[in-house]
Design a protein around this ligand. Structure first.
Ligand code: SF4
Ligand code: SF4
Length: 358
């Protein structure tokens, strides 16, 4: 028994110029802490199996000796148990590409630190090699991150290699602006799930947040993705509360109507992660109350709901002050016109919208 983490021995994460063990880090992007890096200056080079595990062992051995790598300090994934020493990979995050056909106001790829880069390297040769070497375990979880996966050039090859054949469980965030039939097949025939952040129930709010005119197209494509019972169950429709943009129950009700029409039951409620960060995870009670209210309303209509962790960081075990109509109104005015953090986040958001593709 000793303290360690599953991903230090069995995880991989592809960043734009690094290969790491995971994409988690408790204070990621706040003070530049980065997860355990297995290769710097990484652009898809084949790392032989023995070499890969030797690199992973360097970190795992620190845990074995009762210590903690500095990259993992305070990580909530660390636990004490009997860890196996077998050599396999069963969790892979792909987040090395960043191009997208939307321009969400909350997108972390719109910052200097994560600027969009059209020169994306290929990961299929390496994944194929590890697959042939038998080190990618059947049932491996793939989490897609980065930009928009349906416009990533290796999307179809990846889906054919790992998803449609039911080899892995794949989680794909997509904005659904572009329909991909292989993705639909993976949802309908295998164990692939899509997460679509609609964040709105109307064309007007969608346009303000996603900053592209694609609301109708997205609904059309969601209708295709929701064509069968199995594929409908594979959809998670997400509502990210974006302060001053969609932070009201009226918009959320419209969002629920769309989900109902599509027959989608699984919903996610979250808050703009950048707002959580600028407030150092001290999310105002106003938004927490709102999320609870949304959750209650959705459950009443038989939806299955889930809160994402950004939202709940620091809100668990916190006593939330209930608010009446008057205090809600005052708060909404404050957030709209007088909150310095929000002004900085949204008014000074200068990224220029354009359709990008790779
Ligand atoms: S402990 Fe945390 S930071 Fe370290 S490998 Fe595990 S998930 Fe990543
Ligand atoms: S869909 Fe939005 S959040 Fe996702 S990568 Fe594109 S612009 Fe960013």
């Amino acid at each position: 028994m000793y303290k360690s983490c599953h991903l230090i021995q069995h995880g991989l994460c592809f960043f734009d110029n690094k290969l790491a063990s995971c994409c988690f880090s408790p204070v990621d992007q706040i003070d530049d802490q980065f997860p355990p890096v297995l290769a710097y200056h990484y652009w898809g080079q084949i790392i032989p199996v023995d070499d890969l595990f030797a690199r992973m062992d360097k970190y795992a051995n620190i845990f074995k000796q009762g210590d903690c790598p500095k990259e993992c300090q305070n990580c909530y994934k660390i636990e004490e148990k009997d860890w196996d020493d077998k050599r396999y990979i069963d969790q892979i995050t792909i987040t090395h590409f960043s191009m997208c056909n939307a321009d969400c106001i909350y997108c972390s790829n719109n910052t200097e630190q994560w600027a969009r880069n059209p020169n994306t390297y290929s990961i299929i040769p390496l994944l194929k090699y590890y697959f042939e070497q038998g080190i990618i375990k059947k049932g491996c979880e793939f989490h897609i991150g980065g930009g928009e996966f349906t416009i990533y050039r290796e999307c179809d090859e990846f889906l054919e290699l790992f998803a449609i054949n039911n080899f892995a469980r794949v989680f794909v965030p997509t904005n659904a602006i572009k329909y991909n039939h292989n993705l639909f097949r993976a949802m309908d025939e295998a164990t692939t799930y899509i997460i679509v952040s609609l964040d709105s129930g109307s064309e007007k709010t969608y346009r303000k947040i996603k900053r592209v005119d694609a609301f109708k197209k997205v609904i059309e494509n969601l209708t295709k993705y929701a064509a069968t019972e199995k594929s409908r169950e594979a959809i998670r429709l997400k509502y990210i509360i974006v302060p001053t943009y969609n932070d009201n129950i009226r918009e959320f009700k419209k969002f629920l109507n769309i989900a109902k029409k599509l027959g989608v039951r699984n919903l996610i409620i979250d808050i703009d992660a950048r707002y959580s960060r600028v407030t150092n995870y001290n999310i105002d009670d106003y938004f927490i109350n709102l999320a609870y209210e949304m959750d209650k309303l959705a459950k009443k209509q038989n939806f299955i709901t889930e809160f994402y962790c950004f939202f709940f960081q620091n809100t668990n075990n916190k006593t939330i002050k209930k608010q009446n109509i008057f205090s809600r109104f005052i708060k909404s005015i404050k957030f709209k016109y007088f909150d310095k953090d929000l002004k900085k986040l949204y008014t000074n958001h200068t990224f220029i919208a354009q359709i990008r593709d790779n």
